[in-house]
Design a protein around this ligand. Sequence first.
Ligand code: NDP
Length: 236
Amino acid sequence: MTTRTVLVTGGNRGIGRAIAEQFIADGHRVAVTSRSGDGGPDGALTVQADVTDAATIDRAFSEVEAALGPIEVLVANAGITKDALLLRMTEDDFGQVIDTNLTGVFRVIKRASKGMLKARFGRVVLISSVVGLYGSPGQVNYAAAKSGLVGIARSLTRELGGRGITANVVAPGFIETDMTAALPEKTQAEYLGAIPAGRFGRVDEVAKVTAWLSGDDAGYISGAVIPVDGGLGMGH
Ligand code: NDP
């Protein structure tokens, strides 16, 4: 296994934190961003960044590069929901989710690509969602952003694939975190009934797939959408 420098956005809790912990356990040099600048797992360098603010991203990347070297693996994980049925969704609800979950990913990839192009090596993993291609009532903003990540990964693959850079999407289903705990019990029960595996997913199940996609064995996989959803989104 080659030891890499890894940056995970939103690594202070939930799926991002589990991903960072997996990379640490695998022996990599790991940095996480958090909005407050602390709260990352033991063994990671935690830097402050808000993905809606390019200046904070630039500063965070520079800090990580100075401490750990050029970023070779980027996991764009930070994300939010602002759910509402279409007629009740405000333009602000729509815009905030796009700004964080889609434009935020563009901002971090753009900053990361400089070093990756220079090194002629890079692994980009975008944390999307089953909802991106499956759809979900009350989530037109979230689904628009998450499906947009597929277009980003595939365009990046065509643009940068010849320079040793891969870009893939991980599409989790219903994973037990703060984000899903906030859903009404009725919605949780409906999801559970629709998941062929008959259970919700765990953060470590997303983390292990993400780490594998970033590793030496996955060098010929790019532009792929890898579901981690217990079968919920099959065929989408
Ligand atoms: P959480 O709500 O538990 O954590 C979200 C993380 O994103 C936090 O670290 C949060 O930081 C960070 N974040 C949010 N907005 C910003 C911002 N503007 N700038 C920087 N960081 C930000 O979510 P999950 O762990 O559940 O989700 C992680 C990712 O996985 C998201 O992209 C989500 O859409 C996706 N996902 C989750 C699923 C699930 O079932 N849980 C299913 C499918 C996809 P802070 O602590 O400061 O708020």
